[in-house]
Design a protein around this ligand. Structure first.
Ligand code: URA
Length: 437
C-alpha cells in the first residue's frame, strides 16, 4: 500500500492493521517513507487517536526495530522501573537497591537528562569510576550476581522511536497519549524485564499536568503491557515541587545514599518505598502488605544501603569505608528568606531550570555538564521559616551567575501567612489489571 493510502485510513477514522503499522514505521526507519509522510501519519494519530490494539502493535514494532534484550533466562523475577521525568527525582537510585535487597532482579537501562529534568545516567556518572557503558555480558552477569544493574541505553534501543520522537518534537505531535505511551513502552519492552513499574509524574515540573491525563496515560501503558505479555503497574506521583531537597547530579546521589541510611527527606523515602513495593509485589508474587513490609525491613535493617554500596562498587564506582566521596562545587551560596511565613509552594520547573543553568543540565543532547552543581532546598511546602533563615543553597562552579540565580530561586517560592499542609505525594495508581485507585 502507498504511504498516502495508509495515512488516509487514519484520516478517515479507520483502524490500521499490524502489517500497515509495521510497513509504515519500518519504511520510515529505512528511508522509504519520507519525513513529511511520517509527520502527516503522526498528526493523524494526534487528531484521531489509536485503538488499544493499534497502540500495542506500534509499541511492538518500535521495540523490534532495534536491539531486544532477552532476560527470559532469568525467569519472572526481573523488574524495571521508569519515571516520566521530574526535578530532583532520584528514586531509581533507591528503588534499585531496595528491590534487589528483597530478592528482585532489577535490570534497568536509563537515559540522560534533558532541559530541566535530570537523568539517572548523568547522576551515576558523578561517582568517580562508575561505568554505565556495559556490554550485554556484563549487564547479565551483574543482574545475576548483585541483583541490580543500571546501564546506559544501547545506541540501537528502539531506533524507530528515536527517529519518530525527533520528528514529533518539531511537528507539534508530542502530546498524544498513544504516541507517548508507545514511545515509553517500546524502550521498556526492548529492555526485557518481565515486570515494569512506571512512575508518571504529575504537576508543574512534569509532562502531565492533570490527573485525568495522567490516568489515561497510565491505563494506556498498562494495556500495552497486558497485550505484550508484561506485567505493568503505574503509580502517579507529585511533581509540583521537587522530590527531596537536592537537585543536581552529585547532590542527588548523596541524598539518595543518605536516605537509604535513614537520614534523608521523608517524601523521597515514601515515594521510593511505594515504587519498590510494587516491584516486589509483581516480581515475587506476594501481596501488597507483605511487599510493603519486606521493603520497610530492607530499608530499616540497612540491607538496602548495603546493597547500594555493593552495586556501586560492582559497576566500578569508588565507595570507601565511610561511603561515597563525591566532588563538591567550589561556591556554596545560601539564599535567605526575606520574611517570616509558611512555604505554600516551591515551583519544580523553576528549580529545575536554575539547577540546569548552573550547569547541572543540558539544553541539547551531548553538551557537557558539571556534576558538582545544583540546588539544595532547606525550606519546602508546609515549612515555617523566619526572616533571614536560609531557604536554599546554590552550589555553583563560580560566582558569575549567583545574583541572577538567587533571584530566580526566590521567585520559585510562594508564601502564606497561615499554616500550610504538606502536599499530596501519591495521586493514584493503575494496577496490572487496569484497576484505577
Ligand atoms: N518520554 C518518552 O520516552 N517518549 C515520549 O513520547 C514522552 C516522554
Amino acid at each position: 500500500m502507498r504511504p498516502a493510502d495508509v495515512i488516509a485510513i487514519k484520516r478517515d477514522g479507520q483502524e490500521w492493521t499490524r502489517e500497515q503499522i509495521e510497513d509504515f514505521v519500518l519504511g520510515y526507519v529505512s528511508g522509504d517513507v519520507a519525513d513529511y509522510q511520517m509527520a502527516a501519519w503522526l498528526m493523524a494519530v494526534c487528531i484521531r487517536g489509536m485503538t488499544a490494539r493499534e497502540t500495542a502493535h506500534l509499541t511492538q514494532v518500535m521495540a523490534q526495530s532495534g536491539d531486544l534484550i532477552d532476560l527470559s533466562s532469568l525467569g519472572e523475577r526481573t523488574a524495571d522501573k521508569h519515571s516520566s521525568g521530574g526535578v530532583g527525582d532520584k528514586t531509581s537510585l533507591l528503588v534499585g537497591p531496595i528491590a534487589a535487597a528483597c530478592g528482585v532482579l532489577v535490570a534497568k537501562m536509563s537515559g540522560r537528562g534533558l532541559a530541566h529534568t535530570g537523568g539517572t545516567i548523568d547522576k551515576l556518572e558523578s561517582i568517580p569510576g562508575f561505568r554505565t557503558d556495559l556490554s550485554l555480558d556484563e549487564f547479565f552477569s551483574l543482574v545475576r550476581s548483585v541483583g541490580v544493574v543500571i546501564a546506559g541505553q544501547t545506541a540501537n534501543l528502539a531506533p524507530a522511536d528515536k527517529k519518530m520522537y525527533a520528528l514529533r518534537d518539531v511537528t507539534g505531535t508530542v502530546p498524544s497519549i498513544p504516541l507517548i505511551a508507545s514511545s515509553i513502552m517500546s524502550k521498556k519492552i526492548a529492555s526485557g524485564a518481565h515486570n515494569i513499574v512506571l512512575d508518571v509524574k504529575l504537576g508543574k515540573g512534569a509532562f502531565m499536568s492533570s490527573r485525568e491525563s495522567a490516568i489515561e496515560l497510565a491505563r494506556a501503558m498498562v494495556s500495552i503491557g497486558g497485550q505484550l505479555n508484561r506485567r505493568v503497574v503505574t503509580v502517579i506521583t507529585d511533581m509540583n515541587q521537587p522530590l527531596g531537597c537536592a537537585v543536581g547530579n552529585a547532590l542527588e546521589v548523596l541524598e539518595a545514599a543518605e536516605t537509604l541510611r535513614g537520614r534523608g527527606p521523608e517524601d523521597l523515602l515514601r515515594v521510593s518505598e511505594v515504587l519498590s513495593s510494587e516491584m516486589v509485589r509483581l516480581a515475587l508474587g506476594v501481596g501488597q502488605s507483605e511487599a510493603e513490609k519486606r521493603v520497610r525491613d530492607a530499608v530499616g535493617s540497612g540491607a538496602a544501603y548495603a546493597k547500594f554500596e555493593e552495586w556501586i562498587r560492582a559497576q566500578g564506582g569508588e565507595c570507601g569505608a565511610s561511603g561515597l566521596a563525591l566532588a563538591t562545587a567550589p561556591v556554596q551560596h545560601p539564599v535567605l528568606a526575606t520574611r517570616a511565613a509558611y512555604v505554600s509552594a516551591v515551583n519544580a520547573l523553576v528549580i529545575g531550570q536554575v539547577a540546569a543553568e548552573l550547569g547541572a543540565g543540558r539544553a541539547a543532547l551531548g553538551e557537557p555538564i558539571d556534576h558538582r552543581v545544583g540546588v539544595v532546598l532547606h525550606a519546602r511546602p508546609g515549612d515555617a521559616v523566619k526572616a533571614g533563615q536560609p531557604i536554599a543553597t546554590l552550589h555553583a562552579a563560580d560566582e558569575s551567575q549567583l545574583a541572577e540565580m538567587a533571584a530566580r530561586l526566590s521567585e520559585a517560592y510562594a508564601w502564606s501567612e497561615s499554616p500550610v499542609e504538606a502536599p499530596v505525594l501519591i495521586h493514584g495508581r493503575v494496577d496490572e489489571e487496569g484497576h484505577v485507585a
